[in-house]
Design a binder for this molecule. Structure first.
Ligand SMILES: NC(=O)c1ccc[n+]([C@@H]2O[C@H](COP(=O)([O-])OP(=O)(O)OC[C@H]3O[C@@H](n4cnc5c(N)ncnc54)[C@H](OP(=O)(O)O)[C@@H]3O)[C@@H](O)[C@H]2O)c1
Length: 305
């Protein structure tokens, strides 16, 4: 991917001083650097997808310049597939995953579950050290639990994890931002869900659901959260440039609107290429970007996990 031209800052309402327009960026103050386009490896964990096709997708992502891969134990075969496909190709690769649930014999959201969950994730991902481990959208009370915090800190101390993070939104995100040991946050950020800009700080910020789960192109039946995104998409009066090509506009908006990295969830190489092409176009024109911030402000849409 090429470096974009510099442009006027379209987003001076952000609590972050500057939105970085380069294609490779520092991730907050972690010391990590990554391409702005990250692969959300949720869809590729679906067991119905062909194994070889998913390996090709991951390799194609690397060839296109993707450096950050985000996964979770709840994404089916995603961690296993990433572990296999990235073996031998880990130079410059950053893998982030999530913990807190799904460990046989352990109660969810306990220190023991987190401790063992990290070890299981290391096995599936085939690494000694995981770059980023997020608590996966737990509530505020869990975030404050001493055993949960101690398990994360011990794993980092033991060299099993480089950076600790929280993935989620709303009040728990605010709680996570109060814990200084978390150096990464992963939040929803898209045209119809811009709440996470408020309170953004110098932590690494990974933007999820940057395509609004493609709500602009989907029909019922939809899960409640995607149905809500669809309702918001239909409710607002979008400029023609956005209506004409919502995926491209959404990605350009998100990539140059706050997060250090935008995760695109796809199991299809052609959609990954669309994302690369969109980001290579650089930021949206400043007036359009500001108009899109204003639409969300006017509707006061709350954040969705
Ligand atoms: N709580 C959490 O921690 C949490 C929650 C949600 C997401 N995430 C992370 O964020 C990643 C991305 O979020 P997401 O997958 O939920 O949402 P998303 O990236 O906003 O949307 C994914 C959907 O968009 C479609 N799509 C991709 N490119 C497209 C294009 N150019 N045109 C039209 N449709 C397109 C994909 O379908 P195809 O597969 O057909 O391309 C898929 O259905 C996840 O994979 C995960 O890593 C984390």
């Amino acid at each position: 991917m090429a470096k974009t031209e510099d442009a006027a800052d379209p987003h001076d309402e952000s609590s972050r001083p500057v939105v970085d327009r380069s294609i490779r960026r520092p991730l907050g103050s972690t010391g990590l650097v990554a391409n702005v386009l990250g692969l959300g490896a949720g869809p590729l964990g679906d067991a119905r997808h062909d194994e070889h096709a998913m390996t090709r997708l991951i390799h194609e992502a690397l060839d296109l310049g993707v450096e950050l891969f985000d996964t979770a134990p709840s994404y089916g075969l995603s961690e296993d597939r990433l572990g296999r496909a990235l073996a031998g190709r880990r130079e410059r690769v950053i893998v982030s995953t999530k913990v807190g649930y799904g460990v046989p014999g352990e109660a969810d959201w306990t220190g023991r579950c987190i401790e063992r969950g990290i070890d299981l994730a290391r096995e599936r991902l085939r690494v000694d050290v995981i770059d980023v481990v997020h608590l996966h959208s737990c509530d505020s009370q869990t975030l404050r639990r001493a055993d949960v915090r101690d398990a994360l800190l011990s794993a980092r101390e033991a060299g099993k994890v480089r950076h600790l993070g929280y993935s989620g939104d709303g009040e728990p995100l605010a709680e996570a931002r109060r814990w200084s040991e978390l150096s990464v946050v992963q939040t929803s950020f898209n045209l119809v869900d811009q709440h996470a800009r408020d309170g953004a700080d110098n932590r690494a910020w990974l933007g999820k659901r940057t395509l609004m789960n493609a709500a602009f192109a989907r029909e019922a039946p939809l899960s409640p959260d995607v149905a809500e995104y669809r309702r918001r998409w239909c409710e607002a009066d979008w400029p023609d440039e956005v209506r004409r090509d919502p995926a491209r506009a959404a990605l350009r908006f998100a990539a140059f609107g706050g997060p250090d990295v935008v995760l695109v969830g796809t199991a299809r190489v052609e959609n990954l290429r669309v994302a690369v092409a969109a980001i290579e176009e650089g930021p949206l024109p400043a007036e359009l970007h500001v108009a899109l911030v204003e639409i969300a402000t006017r509707h006061a849409w709350p954040g969705l996990v």
